[in-house]
Design a protein around this ligand. Structure first.
Ligand code: FES
Length: 168
């Protein structure tokens, strides 16, 4: 009898473990960032799997980097980056007031900083509260469908020449 109970216990335990593994795998798939390669201060990120209005957070030189594919109906901005037909926001994900990490509210298409209520629109421009400037744009270079963070390409230099505030 006890053998039978042991067997049932083991069978149930294995079943529960498999279920937990499945849940972990599903969670990992949800958390998976965009495909990226890191090397010596540069991070290459393939933007092709990015979905409109879905924030992806990468890491570059210890800082969070927000990548947001702009919805087709989003107003055009000189702060967005054009890659393979898509328009992207690529910014350092630190509030320009005192450095908290703002949250993206997809339904409102805006970033909200919980520390002092600062707000930024979907291309990172400060629209409310104490942040003194837009979210910073890191140096970048476009290569096919990828973005190389840390390298300065012509598109980044064009933004600089246009006088945009890119401070990192
Ligand atoms: S740190 Fe974001 S509003 Fe103050």
């Amino acid at each position: 009898m006890s053998n039978r109970r042991d067997f049932m216990g083991m069978a149930l335990g294995s079943f529960a473990a498999l279920g937990a593994l499945g849940a972990l795998y599903a969670a990992k798939r949800t958390w998976d960032p965009l495909p990226s390669v890191k090397s010596a201060g540069f991070t290459t990120i393939d933007l092709s799997p990015a979905k409109e209005n879905e924030l992806v957070t990468e890491k570059w030189r210890g800082k969070p980097i927000f990548i947001l594919k702009q919805p087709a109906d989003a107003p055009k901005s000189d702060r967005e980056i054009h890659v393979a037909g898509g328009r992207y926001l690529v910014v350092v994900g630190l509030c320009t007031h005192l450095g908290c990490i703002p949250a993206y509210l997809a339904d409102k298409k805006q970033f909200k900083c919980a520390c002092h209520g600062g707000e930024f629109n979907s291309v990172g421009v400060n629209t409310f509260g104490p942040p003194p400037r837009p979210l910073d744009i890191p140096p970048f270079k476009i290569s096919g469908t990828s973005l190389i963070l840390g390298e300065t390409g012509p598109e980044y230099e064009k933004m600089l020449a246009a006088g945009l505030t890119l401070k990192v």
